[in-house]
Design a protein. Structure first.
Length: 365
């Protein structure tokens, strides 16, 4: 059986055995090429190495096709951001492989599979980095077996990404309809369809993605900021934050739990990216605190304030530091500036109040 016959057979079997994945694959361009070591995708096209595919039986070929198709409909190449590519690829593979095995597909040995890592690519990525830092076990497979690293840069403009997302949702909706009509729509596939068609990204993932997008090149990466951590990162990882500023609304409307969750995410990012400065500014109707933080100072800092709220004051105040990114925690019930601030801003809002500036994350949506 030559490669074309093998792939065609796998497609036909997928349509019968798993109509959802069969429909996805029929709507996905493919290219047979030796430019990739096994199989890969750039978010649009599936690339198949004939030597690798030729060594698989038909059932594992089905798995390989569905695996790459899954990366496409979950837009994993677009979600890589500035993360360490190999670890981000492993995180995506863990989530996807668990889903495919749960759906009854034949796993390709040596790939990433572990019941601990089944949530989102972003969450598993953080877990893998934490395990690596501790020198612990990162589960079955190290990303080099099975299909191996298979996520290529998406290289899409903002408009192309929007159009691509619309197309993906159409394909997923069609695939779900076909699978339901055939009575072969598992609970796992229903969750996948809901994730694509009605995405509810955890606020912490949005915060991580936003902060990752502000990373900049830095050739002096070896000069680590020892305020935060001794975590080792590969030499090839040459992106870091410059100045990171956190603004806390201390008018009395933010719970200790919300404050602790946001600061935990900020500290985790600081450990990964080693900002030159991590500054905490607290405010109600005026600035009540301004301190450069290290790990211990975060837990010692008193949240001084109470009463009214005017977040225009701290947003203007931090301009003097020319921050690379600002994270603001507030309930949103405050006067806001008339225009966007001159720095990247993400607002972690604990209510459904209107927030006209920055990128908004609803912590309790």
């Amino acid at each position: 059986m030559n490669i074309d016959e093998q792939v065609s057979t796998a497609k036909r079997r997928l349509l019968v055995r798993s109509p959802f994945w069969g429909t996805v694959i029929l709507n996905t361009p493919m290219k047979v090429t030796r430019s990739v070591p096994t199989a890969a995708t750039d978010g649009r096209t599936i690339f198949l190495n004939p030597d690798f595919i030729g060594k698989l039986n038909v059932a594992k070929t089905e798995f390989a096709l569905a695996h790459e198709g899954g990366h496409i409909i979950l837009e994993h190449p677009l979600r890589l951001g500035h993360r360490i590519p190999r670890i981000a690829n492993m995180a995506a593979d863990y989530c996807l492989n668990h889903m495919l095995v749960e759906d009854g597909m034949t796993f390709i040995e040596g790939g990433c599979l572990d019941p601990r890592y089944t949530t989102t690519m972003e969450q598993v990525y953080e877990m893998l980095l934490s395990e690596q830092a501790k020198g612990g076990d990162s589960g079955e497979g190290d990303g080099d077996g099975g299909i191996g690293p298979d996520l290529m840069p998406a290289n899409m403009s903002d408009l192309e990404q929007q159009l691509h997302t619309q197309k993906i949702r159409q394909i997923v909706a069609q695939a779900a309809t076909v699978a339901r009509m055939a009575g072969k729509m598992s609970a796992g596939l229903e969750r996948l369809v809901n994730e694509v068609l009605q995405p509810k990204v955890p606020w912490a993932d949005v915060l991580r993605n936003f902060m990752q997008s502000t990373l900049r090149d830095d050739e002096s990466w070896s000069r680590r900021n020892r305020r935060f951590t001794e975590v080792y990162l590969p030499d090839s990882y040459s992106l870091r934050l410059g100045s990171l500023c956190v603004i806390g609304d201390v008018s009395g409307s933010i719970s200790d739990e919300d404050w602790a969750q946001v600061m935990a995410e900020v500290l985790a990012m600081a450990e990964r990216t080693q900002p030159e400065v991590l500054r905490l500014v607290t405010a109600d109707t005026d600035v009540t605190g301004d301190v450069v933080l290290d790990r211990d100072a975060i837990t010692r800092t008193a949240m001084v304030g109470g009463g009214g709220t005017d977040m225009r004051v701290p947003l203007e105040y931090v301009e003097q530091y020319s921050p690379d990114v600002v994270v603001l925690l507030t309930d949103g019930y405050t006067p806001w500036p008339d225009c966007e601030p001159p720095y990247p801003l993400i607002v972690c809002c604990t209510t459904d109040a209107d927030v006209p500036v920055g990128q908004v994350v609803r912590m309790h949506a």
